[in-house]
Design a protein around this ligand. Structure first.
Ligand SMILES: *[C@@H]1O[C@H](CO)[C@@H](O)[C@H](O)[C@H]1NC(C)=O
Ligand SMILES: *[C@@H]1O[C@H](CO)[C@@H](O)[C@H](O)[C@H]1NC(C)=O
Length: 987
């Protein structure tokens, strides 16, 4: 305080409060007009001892006149309309408010900021059209309105009067055309129009007149047709970016005449034909990217003779070899040529002359050795050579390459021992040597690789023991070392790896027990120790692993009881077969369907048929033949008995038929009799038939319609041998019958006559979604209807999964099981029926349960034969994809792929637009893309990554909510935007 007073006394003139000058007063008006939730403008007050605002945040004054010349309020979270009072500052020449929430329209009188030379309002929420008065500001040289929500056209006045040198309108919603008058805009040096939904059109050839242009950024602008030759006249052009459009034709040789060009980006278009051959005029070219096109032919030698920094030609159809000359460039940093048909050896001097950082030549036909010099300059970070025919050893030099982060050598013919240094590199996070013929062991210095998260060395000939040091790699997410010759114990400290998601040590010769303390594996999804020589007991703690869903301990010498705790897990795969386990099965697993999980354990011989006989196969070879003979004999006797009993019983039942027929179970108040229904089950009333039965429409005497499903195979076998199975059918159906939800088809009643089983449902006049979507009637399904159907169906499934006790798994979610009522509200049908039918007929088809339909079946089903809620979610994801793309889940056009794979491939190659059903109105594009993203979540390969049905409902609801209050900052650039395509972990 004393110091403060002292200062006041010493300062001259000795006046305590100074009145603020006019500039300051205007700025205070500016502050009043803005909402400032984080108090960014707290320094903007007149408690200051200065009459000018020159020391306020973001304010700069002329040093002599003390007038405000520049205001910079970037990243301040300010919101409200554009503060027009700023334009009262007569000397203001620079105004920047990047990344705030300035909303509403940009007023026409923004042009009263007469003296502005630089105006930057990027990353705000401005809407409406770009005011044409901006063109009339005499001194304006630089205008940046990128990443707002501007719509309409670029005002033509710009072409007439403006003297702008820099114009950035990228990332808006401009939906007019790219005008040809831009050609008159001769002062312009930089033009950025990328990421706008312009009306599809060609590149105006007049752009060739913009002779001062240095940078032209037109990616994602809906451009079509060919590149006009006139662009060759852009003598000063440094950067040409036409990526992510629909440009066609060959890449014109005229672009090789651009005298000043340094960077050409043409990726993600539909260019075809060969690359231009003559490149020696473009000596300034440093970066060339024509990835993700349909280019053929070879990589031009002259292009490689330039001093390139980066050459990206991945995902084309290029052939031939890589010209040696590329290794002579002193600048080469990046070379990405994956997914082509290239062959031959890599240039032997690659990396010798330049600071090579990234080399990806995956999925080609390269052969020969990996060049010795790749890391000569010590800068190599990515070395990705997946799926080629490289052979020989890994060059020793790479062992000292401390910059390496990703090494992916999977699927080659490499052999020999791995350079010792390569195991322990400090920055390495992805180290993949799988599917080669490497030998030797993992050295202790693996502990130096403390950033390692993916350690993938399966299918080699590594041997020796797995060192304890692997257990110190805290960041490890996956350790896969299957199909090697590892011996010794599983290191005890592997249990400390609490990030670990997958541990696969199967098909080795590991011995000893499963380590103690595995409850530390809180993130472990998959544990595969199959086919080793492990002994001891299965620790009970295994049941406490919260996210374990794949457990394979088969083919070991594990003994003791199966821990009851296993029942706590939600497993997609459980395999404990071929061990020496004994005692009782945990009750949850003492079921026929799990039989294959336990076969080959002699001591587990209890209540499940077939568990015993197969035990002999793997171990006690000597007794097998005798045992088998006995069982065959017993089987024959049994079958004969059953047949005799069946014949007898059927005759008995025939006489009783008239009694059995009236076994109705009715779940709701109904006003019709069974006889009325049965009389109408004639061919002329047939409205559909599926895997489980035929469906008839029955109009009752009271005028109401019902749908009757007659299940196949009602009495062929099940009823004879075991009467309780029929009861099971009734119990199950009763459960289903009690369910009432607006998005679930009502089951009115069921009838089990002995000859046939009937399920009577409410009738849905608009039939099934599948029929409608894939027929000529698809016109009835606009996006709002499709969206509502998706949400309805999701709510129905969510009810089954989350609100029913016990939860009900549908097992056959598909568009044909989503029915539509008169108002196109959707209801889920046929849930649980697969299980009911299966239960009845289990004698004949217990191991080939039909759960699901082709194209909808979750990938894990292939190896588990089990369905759970997560498989329903996958199938629902496929239905969403059908709604978005309008395509069938399997279609000859997809080749070997199903809809899910087709979508993923096309998304990478061609982007969202190529996927969306062309029959849908493009004004809903944003919403459609969100639903597409949800469907991709639902169809994740790993069940654990799929959201719950409840979450799906929420996501779908947010989709439409977000669309109503759209902002520019999120949702504009899709997360799929240009990722390194080979960077996804290929499983
Ligand atoms: C603009 O932002 C202000 C302050 O956050 C808010 O009150 C106003 O409703 C917004 N206006 C529009 C059109 O969104
Ligand atoms: C605009 O600013 C310049 C200095 O940048 C100054 O010389 C000129 O007088 C100003 N013009 C007006 C109209 O205030």
């Amino acid at each position: 305080m004393l110091v403060f007073l002292l200062c006041l006394l010493l300062s001259s003139p000795p006046i305590l409060t100074l009145s603020l000058n006019q500039d300051g007063l205007y700025l205070q008006r500016v502050k009043l007009g803005l909402s400032d939730p984080t108090n960014s403008l707290s320094s903007w007050d007149n408690n200051s001892r200065d009459e000018t605002p020159c020391d306020w945040l973001g304010v700069t004054c002329d040093p002599l006149t003390r007038r405000v010349v520049s205001v910079n309020l970037d990243h301040s979270q300010l919101s409200g309309p554009f503060p027009i009072f700023l334009c009262r500052l007569p000397y203001l020449s620079r105004l920047s408010m990047v990344d705030n929430n300035i909303n509403s329209t940009l007023p026409l009188d923004v042009s009263t900021c007469r003296n502005l030379t630089h105006l930057n309002l990027a990353w705000n929420l401005l809407v409406g059209t770009v005011p044409e008065t901006l063109a009339e500001m005499p001194n304006l040289r630089s205008l940046d309105l990128s990443a707002n929500n501007f719509t309409g056209d670029i005002p033509a006045r710009f072409g007439e009067v403006s003297r702008l040198e820099f114009l950035n309108l990228a990332g808006n919603l401009l939906n007019g055309t790219i005008p040809s008058w831009l050609g008159n805009f001769s002062t312009l040096k930089e033009l950025h129009l990328a990421y706008n939904p312009f009306t599809p059109g060609r590149i105006p050839s007049e752009l060739g007149n913009m002779t001062n242009l240095k940078k032209l950024w037109l990616s994602h602008c809906n451009l079509m047709g060919q590149i006009p030759d006139s662009l060759a006249r852009l003598n000063r052009l440094i950067n040409l970016d036409l990526a992510i459009n629909r440009l066609t034709g060959s890449i014109p040789s005229s672009i090789t005449e651009l005298k000043s060009i340094e960077q050409i980006e043409l990726f993600e278009n539909s260019f075809s034909g060969e690359l231009p051959v003559k490149w020696l005029n473009t000596t300034t070219l440093r970066r060339f990217d024509a990835s993700m096109n349909e280019l053929t032919g070879t990589i031009p030698i002259e292009l490689c003779e330039l001093q390139l920094e980066s050459l990206n030609l991945f995902e084309n159809r290029l052939e031939g070899t890589i010209p040696e000359s590329i290794a002579q460039s002193k600048n080469l940093y990046e070379l990405k040529l994956f997914n082509n048909k290239l062959h031959g050896v890599l240039p032997s001097q690659l990396g010798k002359n330049s600071p090579l950082g990234s080399l990806d030549v995956s999925y080609n036909r390269f052969s020969g050795e990996i060049p010795e010099s790749l890391c000569s300059k010590g800068s190599l970070e990515d070395l990705v050579l997946i799926h080629n025919s490289f052979s020989g050893k890994i060059p020793g030099g790479l062992g000292n390459c401390h910059s390496l982060r990703r090494v992916r050598l999977k699927q080659n013919l490499l052999s020999g021992s791995v350079p010792e240094g390569l195991w322990g590199l400090p920055h390495m996070y992805l180290f993949e040597l799988a599917e080669n013929s490497f030998t030797g062991s993992i050295p202790k210095r693996i502990s130096g690789a403390y950033n390692l998260s993916m350690f993938l060395i399966s299918k080699n000939q590594f041997s020796g023991s797995i060192p304890d040091e692997v257990g110190v790699l805290d960041n490890l997410l996956e350790f896969s070392a299957s199909h090697n010759n590892f011996t010794g114990l599983i290191p005890g400290n592997l249990v400390k790896l609490d990030q670990l998601g997958k541990l696969d040590l199967s098909e080795n010769e590991l011995s000893g027990g499963i380590p103690q303390g595995i409850q530390g594996w809180g993130n472990l999804n998959e544990l595969n120790l199959a086919n080793n020589r492990l002994s001891g007991e299965i620790p009970g703690e295994i049941g406490s692993l919260p996210v374990l869903n794949y457990l394979d301990l088969s083919g070991n010498f594990l003994s003791g009881k199966i821990p009851l705790e296993l029942q706590n897990l939600k497993l997609n795969l459980l395999n404990l077969s071929n061990n020496q386990l004994s005692g009782e099965l945990p009750p949850l697993y003492a079921k026929e369907i799990y039989k294959s999980s336990f076969v080959g354990n002699p001591g587990l011989c209890e209540d499940l048929d077939g568990l015993c006989p197969e035990m002999g196969e793997s171990k006690n070879q000597g007794y097998v033949w005798i045992l088998r003979s006995i069982f065959v004999l017993a089987g024959v006797v049994f079958v004969v008995g059953v047949v005799w009993f069946y014949v007898k019983f059927r005759n008995f039942k025939r006489t009783k038929k008239s009694i059995a027929i009236s076994k109705w179970k009715s779940f709701h108040k109904i006003g019709f009799s069974e006889f009325e229904v049965i009389d109408c089950l004639k061919e002329e009333n047939l409205i559909g038939s599926g895997a489980s039965g035929k469906v008839y429409k029955v109009v009752l005497r009271n005028g109401e319609a019902v749908a009757v499903k007659k299940l196949y195979g009602g009495s062929k076998k099940g009823d004879t041998s075991n009467g309780s199975l029929r009861d099971q059918f009734e119990v199950e159906v009763e459960t289903l019958g009690k369910i009432r939800h607006k998005n679930i088809v009502r089951l009115w009643c069921c009838c089990n006559t002995g000859d046939s089983k009937l399920l009577v449902y409410e009738y849905m006049p608009n039939g099934s979604l599948g029929d409608l979507l894939h027929s000529s009637k698809v016109g009835m399904l606009g996006w709002p209807t499709r969206y509502k159907i998706a949400l309805d169906a999701a709510e129905g499934l969510s009810y089954l999964h989350h609100d029913c006790v016990p939860p009900i798994v549908h097992r056959d979610v598909k568009s044909n099981n989503i029915l539509l009522d008169a108002e196109f509200s959707a209801r889920v049908a046929d849930f649980g029926v697969a299980k009911v039918v299966h239960g009845v007929n289990r004698g004949q088809e217990s191991m080939s349960v039909i759960a699901g339909s082709c194209g909808y079946i979750a990938p894990e089903y292939a190896y588990t034969l089990r369905v759970n809620e997560k498989s329903d979610i996958y199938s629902f994801g496929v239905v969403l994809l059908e709604l978005v793309t309008g395509r069938l889940p399997i279609d000859p056009e997809f080749g070997e792929k199903d809809l899910v794979k087709w979508v993923c491939t096309n998304l990478d190659e061609k982007g969202f637009d190529s996927l969306i059903d062309p029959k849908l109105d493009s004004t809903y594009k944003e919403e459609i893309c969100r639903v597409l993203e949800i469907s991709l979540l639902c169809t994740s390969t790993l069940p654990i990554n799929r959201p719950s049905m409840r979450k799906v409902v929420k996501l779908l609801q947010e989709t439409s909510a977000e669309n109503k209050s759209k902002t520019s900052k999120d949702g504009k650039l899709s997360p799929y935007y240009y990722e390194d395509a080979s960077d996804q972990f290929v499983v």
